[in-house]
Design a protein around this ligand. Structure first.
Ligand code: ARG
Length: 586
């Protein structure tokens, strides 16, 4: 109901002008959704903020505004409350008309952007020469969700995985490949090296224990950077192997397709970046390294901190590559917004490269570069997530655990309800519920905080969890099955009757989707959408418990079915924007 809110604001401004003169017609009416339904739907506290300026009592000011306020057809007569709040309550007929409009709208009342932007979302961006860890899992889940939301809001979204596919860690893997699988370099067939993670581990073990191997690894890096053909081939093979292994995880998560444009992509552009920084007088030589000095960053001694762009040995680093990426994204991709869902520990890195990007003139006032940081995933002991033996948790194991838990829960329910289902059904539901639960648990937290990974909590049937939301959707579908109703065929001209308080509450909530999505588009906090869907499920359940649907007489019956349908579609759309698919039955 953003449009409604805008309309109310305009009316308030007009009333202000009429009551106190044209100068006041621009005042901000500070209109907020009411914190409590007993105050109505919206509350304007403009009277309080004008009291000083006008030298009048806020309640008197509020009265003068209300006297001039024309909200016929939208709100019930406004009420003045407390020190001078103006409480506004929407007319039921007005709500019905709004709801009618979204009943036939596939976008459920969410208008697409008037000025679409080109946006890059940079995720999940794992490092190829290392194992993908839970930090990348968060980047994958959050990045996928944000890109879906921004895209739905009408923008053109490019999903780019800035994979770490270059640099010293590769030496070890290339050397290991060359020694243990020399045939890999002589065949065009893709090699099966088995489990990639054991390949890493073997290489790492040798690297830690064997001096000669370390030398070979170092040699491989030098050769790689010099563009040696055979080494490049080995590098490519390692990249492909790792991409294939990651793809298994991406598929399981059901991520929207993204392109992989790793650090190596920017190699040839790095000298230009340096040249440009130099031309602008930003580059300073410091102990042999080329740096840009930063404002607002100091070392422990309080001295200004340089951002190293080229190391003294001539090598480029993570920051240099990211600067090249900024420049490329602005100049070649012509984007207006870039979103980086990356762990909070890289806060300084992003603040620094954005600062340099601005100094260099790549980032201007009409391009927005945002780091959307997230916290850690913790184990139930509140420590960093580890296996019992203290190793880093493999993502695959994390998912398998969630799926197994979901399966146990489901089998338990089936037994209780004496329901028979096929193995296919059970496997499908367990997979979808398990993965959705992991995603939802992540997205429903304010992303900036750490959270505790708990199967019990994320799979609970009650609470702000995926199963609760999925279950609300299943309920809407159960009604249509039971009544043999095709929601798509409900009459578009059937009246909507909002007579019970729970119906009114549900209807109002359904009309707020546009507000929530436009907030998330701005502040990039998916937990707001989760909270909205959670409340929607609760309000729907209250409606369902208090208002018979199929057993009601017409026209109430169809009206209630419309509420069920719009709820179902809102849940389905909202969950899909979180990257979660609904189930018809579970
Ligand atoms: N590969 C990096 C890491 O795992 C994340 C890259 C994020 N994206 C970027 N443009 N820096 O830490």
């Amino acid at each position: 109901m953003k449009a409604t809110q805008e309309k109310l604001k305009l009316q308030l401004q007009e009333a202000l002008g009429a009551a106190f003169g044209a100068d006041y017609a621009e005042s901000d009416p500070i209109l907020v959704p009411a914190s409590n339904p007993k105050f109505g739907d919206y509350q304007a506290n403009v009277a309080l903020s004008l009291a000083k300026q006008l030298g009048q009592q806020p309640r008197a000011i509020a009265q003068k505004i209300v006297d001039k306020l024309d909200l016929v057809g939208i709100c019930k007569p406004p009420e003045i409350a407390g020190p001078g709040f103006i409480n506004l309550k929407l007319e039921t007929d007005y709500l019905v008309a709004q709801l009618k409009a979204i009943q036939t709208d596939p976008r459920l009342g969410v208008p697409p952007a008037k000025n679409p932007k080109r946006v890059i979302v940079d995720y999940p961006s794992p490092n190829i020469a290392k194992e993908m860890h839970v930090g990348h899992l968060r980047s994958a889940i959050i990045g996928d969700c944000l890109s879906r939301i921004v895209e739905f809001m009408g923008h053109e979204v490019l999903r780019v995985s800035h994979v770490g596919d270059w640099g010293t860690p590769f030496g070890m893997l290339i050397a290991h490949l060359e020694e243990t699988y020399p045939e890999a370099l002589n065949t065009t067939e893709t090699l099966n090296l088995g489990d990639l993670s054991s390949f890493y581990r073997e290489a790492k073990k040798r690297f830690d224990a064997d001096e000669d191997f370390r030398k070979a690894a170092h040699q491989a890096v030098v050769k790689l950077q010099a563009g040696d053909e055979k080494t490049l081939l080995a590098w490519k093979i390692v990249c492909q192997l790792s991409s294939r292994a990651y793809q298994v995880i991406y598929d399981l998560l059901g991520l929207a397709p993204f392109i992989e444009r790793g650090e190596s992509f920017y190699n040839t552009l790095l000298p230009e970046v340096l040249e440009e920084l130099d031309k602008q007088g930003l580059l300073v030589e410091n102990q042999g390294a080329k740096c840009v000095f930063l404002e607002g960053f100091t070392n422990r001694e309080g001295e200004p901190l340089p951002l190293i762009v080229q190391k003294s040995d001539g090598g480029y680093n993570y920051a240099a590559t990211d600067l090249a990426a900024i420049r490329y994204r602005v100049q070649v991709e012509k984007v207006q917004r870039v979103i980086y869902p990356v762990g909070a520990e890289q806060k300084n890195h992003f603040a620094q490269i954005f600062q340099v990007g601005r100094k260099a003139g790549w980032i201007t006032d009409d391009t927005e570069f945002v780091h959307t940081p997230f916290g850690l995933i913790l184990g139930e002991d509140g420590q960093k997530l580890k296996t019992r033996s203290g190793e880093a948790v493999r993502l695959q194991d994390l998912f398998d655990g969630a799926i197994a838990h979901a399966r146990t829960d489901l089998e338990h329910r089936l037994k209780e309800d004496e329901r028979e289902e096929t193995e296919e059904f059970i496997a499908h539901v367990a997979l979808l519920v398990g993965i959705s639960a992991v995603k939802y648990a992540d997205l429903s937290q304010n992303r900036t905080s750490n959270y505790i990974f708990s199967y019990e909590k994320m799979l609970a049937l009650k609470g702000n969890t995926a199963p609760y939301m999925l279950y609300a959707y299943v309920r809407t579908q159960g009604i249509s099955r039971e009544g043999n109703i095709d929601y798509d065929k409900l009459r578009a001209d059937a009246p909507i009757i909002l007579q019970e308080e729970v119906e009114l509450t549900l209807a109002k909530h359904l009309l707020q989707l546009d507000e929530v999505l436009s907030e998330v588009e701005k502040d990039l906090l998916p937990n707001r959408l989760c909270e909205y869907l959670y409340q929607l499920s609760q309000k729907f359940n209250q409606f369902f418990e208090n208002c018979p649907v199929l057993k009601s007489e017409e026209p109430v019956r169809t009206s209630r079915l419309i509420l069920c349908d719009v709820t179902a579609r809102t849940l389905k759309l909202g969950l899909s924007l979180l990257g979660i698919k609904v189930l018809e039955r579970m």
